[in-house]
Design a protein around this ligand. Structure first.
Ligand SMILES: [Ca+2]
Length: 543
């Protein structure tokens, strides 16, 4: 892949200018089509804290849009939201895309990336919106209503965006000069969907560990649980099919082959691509001669685990989701939770109720039973089906259309910064890497003049793992959009013991608690310069 930035000149959008909030309580009188406000409340400085830091004075506005009763399931639906409008506004709007199956209005602080937030958009002066994406419970049963499926997929964003910009105009006397959109996990998916569907509405996109092919990733995780269960010592408990000791064994085997490829044996695999060529599960992990005891894998385990890392396959042996890279983070609790627990308790309901056509029957549904007994070909057929009630299939409403065609976004000067933890166990960084390479190919070999991708070695799903997972990617995104300054790297820090935003217990005790590393714009990787402390980012170069 070509790393030379294209020579073409793209527009640089001008810088936002700030304003001061007028009367917070008066915003309760704001009117907009299909919108009901329930409160406009002044929040004093320090009332809200994020990672131990006080958030400045702002106005909290709560409400909902498009209240209705479903003709399909008889339940009440609306797009619930809150906006937080700073007293001292920086002229910018941030759409906070939330994770999971949505269904609750997370506090609108505007995460800036990674774990243990260094900062937040609200404290930086952005006006921030957060929503429940069209249903008021964080459970999958909203999927019984076809419109709620579409709101969750992409339509809530289209409903909220013009209302939010009008409310900002009402609050400050002008609309936002610049608008940003960001989130991690399903929030990363929302962001990629907005990049494809709403390129005129936002100027900067912050994509974190995106589940941009969420139905297929969930189906792959179900196949994973079935395979781990097939080698489980306790049937029904997939984690006993790949135990903590065995996962640590594989992590250490990966490090033995890959850690030093970046010039520093430091517990971080920076050169993820080279590692996949260097590490061989079959060769580099001992095969058990007799029983499993944590120092080896059985031949059956190796075959199944190797296949899952290569990419889950359907009943006919066809790969339907991405490969996963071998990395140092699969010995962690976070990795295990996604593979062995969330596969039973989250993926089952999401597949069964939100994406399948027809959905499962709610009465008597048991997530673990569904996951461990479902036929993958039946799941794949149903998540790509429609009928008279559910007229749009899940891959259509969940996935960004044509994700490698961002020409409209690019030409108007908008920018994209994406990151993904290479030990993410649910959405594969290989999938995001493939998307980015396809985006580059669609742009003459490089997309680096408007979209950049940063791998986060060792990081699990959005945070955690043996990683430097604390970073602010919103500030460099603003600099790129508004000043034309692109980031070749973003400095990230480990959250070891004593970290003010909360320690990450996956950070090895042998690391400095505040170890730093550059997160490099793909395809470059951080390599040790050969001298100086290996705890400091300044001694690594993106090459
Ligand atoms: Ca290393």
């Amino acid at each position: 892949m070509d790393t030379t930035p294209p020579a073409e000149t793209l527009p640089v959008l001008g810088a936002a200018t700030g304003a001061t909030l007028g009367d917070c309580a008066a915003l309760a009188g704001f009117t907009f089509a299909n919108t009901t406000l329930t409160a406009a409340t002044p929040i004093a400085a320090g009332t809200l804290t994020v990672a131990g830091k006080a958030v400045p004075a702002h106005c909290q506005v709560r409400g909902s849009m498009y209240q209705r009763t479903s003709a399909v399931d008889g339940q009440n639906y609306a797009v619930g939201f809150e906006m937080r409008l700073p007293q001292n506004w920086n002229g910018r709007f941030f759409y906070q895309a939330n994770g999971g199956v949505d269904g609750s209005v997370a506090t609108a602080t505007g995460p800036v990336g990674g774990g243990g937030p260094l900062n937040n958009a609200l404290a930086m002066g952005f006006a921030v919106i957060s929503s429940d994406a069209g249903h008021s419970a964080p459970t999958p049963f909203f999927g019984l209503d076809p419109q709620a499926r579409l709101d969750y997929g992409y339509q809530a964003v289209a409903k909220l965006t013009p209302m939010a910009k009008a409310l900002i105009a009402s609050a400050y006397g002008k609309g936002p000069d610049r608008s940003y959109f960001g989130g991690c996990s399903n929030g990363g998916r929302h962001t990629m969907v907005a990049m494809s569907r709403y390129p005129d509405d936002y100027d900067g996109f912050l994509v974190g560990d995106p589940g941009f092919r969420l139905p297929l990733a969930a189906a792959a995780n179900i196949v994973g649980a079935q395979n781990y269960n097939a080698v489980a010592t306790t049937p029904g408990s997939p984690g006993t099919g790949f135990t903590q000791a065995e996962r640590t064994l594989v992590s250490q085997a990966v490090l033995a082959k890959c850690d030093a490829l970046d010039g520093a044996a430091d517990g971080l695999v920076q050169d993820v691509s080279a590692c996949q060529a260097a590490f061989n599960l079959d060769r580099d992990v001992p095969t058990c001669a007799t029983s499993r005891d944590g120092t080896c894998l059985s031949a059956d385990q190796k075959q199944r685990i190797g296949q899952l890392f290569a990419g889950a396959v359907d009943g006919g042996g066809r790969k339907f989701y991405s490969s996963f890279p071998f990395d140092a983070g699969l010995g962690t609790n976070g990795w295990a939770a996604w593979k062995f627990s969330n596969s039973l308790n989250l993926d089952s309901g999401a597949v069964g109720f939100i994406w399948q056509v027809p959905p499962e029957a709610q009465a008597g549904f048991v997530g673990a039973t569904f996951t461990l007994t479902a036929n993958i070909d039946s799941i794949l057929a149903k998540i790509t089906s429609t009928n008279a009630t559910y007229t749009e299939n899940s891959l259509s409403f969940m996935t960004p259309p044509n994700p490698s065609d961002l020409s409209r976004l690019k030409k108007r000067g908008a920018k994209v910064m994406a990151y993904h933890g290479t030990s993410d166990p649910i959405f594969s960084s290989d999938d995001t890497k493939r998307w980015y390479e396809e985006l580059a190919a669609a742009n003459g070999g490089s997309a680096s003049n408007f979209a950049r991708y940063y791998q986060v070695p060792g990081m699990n799903h959005c945070s955690g793992g043996p990683a430097t997972d604390q970073f602010d990617m919103l500030t460099p995104l603003v600099n790129w959009v508004e000043k034309g300054v692109a980031a070749d790297s973003v400095v990230a820090t480990a959250r070891g013991t004593g970290n003010a935003a909360g320690a990450n217990t996956d950070v090895p005790a042998t690391w400095a608690a505040d170890r730093s590393r550059p997160l490099c714009a793909y395809p470059k990787v951080a390599r040790y310069k050969g001298s100086g402390s290996i705890e400091l980012a300044e001694n690594f170069a993106c090459q």
